[in-house]
Design a binder for this molecule. Structure first.
Ligand code: UDP
Length: 316
């Protein structure tokens, strides 16, 4: 796989997954332009990248922009419930208006678009594990709806653009992704537990802790996104990208306390509203069509994550 002579725009490239993706694209020969409004953090991501092939532009995709490119990859939307619920109107606008702007731009120049959607399109699933054909069980009025329904509306628009205007769009539904360089204040369970354990604090378990998620190491997620962007004959495809290794929140707490060498101490907090009880991807489609499957075990991925968090926390 190489992206030589390709100009790739990464919207949301200064975010957690975006940062990893941008570095991989550069390593694979792409010229990369990052578009980011720096909503979830300042742009010190690329301080160590000395490449004339990288350009970073402060820009909110809700506003139109004129750019030419071969491929646009859209990761521009906060993905942590704490962050996307802090400004639900902006979350909706980024998901819907921002995606519409990018796909219109791709359509105007016959470029390809890879869009990051989410497992949240399945809501609190009644089918388990979740294949792409499952239609979901989503609240359209609750506090998660700005994200869940925003991402669902974006998928609708993108697939209409594929059917009506033949734009080469490809949609990845990302399940929970974790790894080095998540913001320390990201608010999601892995980063919260790692920071709390390294600071010797009790781990905050929301609800009874028996709810499950399936955690995919970021390098595996990025590999899946690149395969989806690169492969032939994938226009109009929707694909789950996640690790089917399903764990409860309490199991995650136990593993993180073990790997950090901290005695397990938890404090129970109120359950999040509309929190999905179970979530696990069926990745048959990605395996069959991309030859993709995650390779990093949860313990290995968490060890790498903890090491990187530890060095950041020690540096202050
Ligand atoms: N959670 C938790 N403690 C935390 C943060 C999250 O118990 O400090 C729970 C949360 O309620 C959910 C699960 O962990 O059940 C995953 O939450 P996260 O915010 O990581 O991602 P989500 O899959 O909900 O978007």
């Amino acid at each position: 796989m190489n992206f030589d002579n390709q100009h790739v725009v990464v919207a949301g490239g200064a975010g957690f997954v975006g940062g990893h993706l941008v570095r991989s694209l550069l390593a694979l020969g792409a010229r990369v332009t990052v578009l980011d409004n720096f909503h979830t953090g300042p742009c010190d991501k690329f301080a160590s990248v000395s490449s004339s092939e990288l350009q970073v532009i402060e820009h909110d995709i809700c506003d139109k922009i004129d750019l030419s490119f071969d491929l646009v990859m859209n990761l521009a939307c906060p993905a942590s419930p704490e962050h996307y619920q802090a400004d639900p109107l902006q979350t909706w606008r980024s998901s819907v208006v921002g995606t519409m702007n990018l796909v219109e731009l791709a359509a105007s120049q016959d470029a390809r678009m890879v869009h990051c959607s989410t497992s949240e399109v399945y809501g609190d699933p009644l089918v388990h594990p979740q294949p792409e054909t499952y239609l979901g069980n989503v609240s359209c009025t609750g506090p998660r709806a700005c994200y869940d329904e925003g991402k669902r509306a974006a998928e609708t628009f993108l697939l209409d653009m594929f059917r009506e205007r033949h734009v080469d769009v490809r949609i990845a539904r990302l399940f929970n992704t974790y790894g080095p360089e998540m913001a320390l204040n990201d608010g999601r369970v892995v980063s919260n537990f790692v920071v709390q354990a390294l600071q010797g604090k009790a781990l905050t378990v929301f609800g009874d802790g028996n709810q499950t998620r399936s955690f995919c190491y970021v390098a595996d997620t990025v590999d899946g996104l690149l395969q989806l962007a690169y492969g032939r004959g994938l226009q109009g495809q929707v694909m789950n990208l996640g690790n089917p290794d399903e764990r409860s929140v309490l199991e995650i707490a136990r593993i993180i306390s073990d790997l950090t060498g901290q005695p397990l101490e938890t404090v129970q907090m109120a359950a999040a509203v509309d929190d999905p009880r179970r979530r696990c991807p069926d990745i048959t489609r990605a395996t069959e069509r991309l030859g993709w499957a995650p390779r990093t075990s949860l313990r290995d991925g968490l060890s790498l994550t903890i090491d990187e968090f530890r060095s950041r926390i020690t540096r202050g």
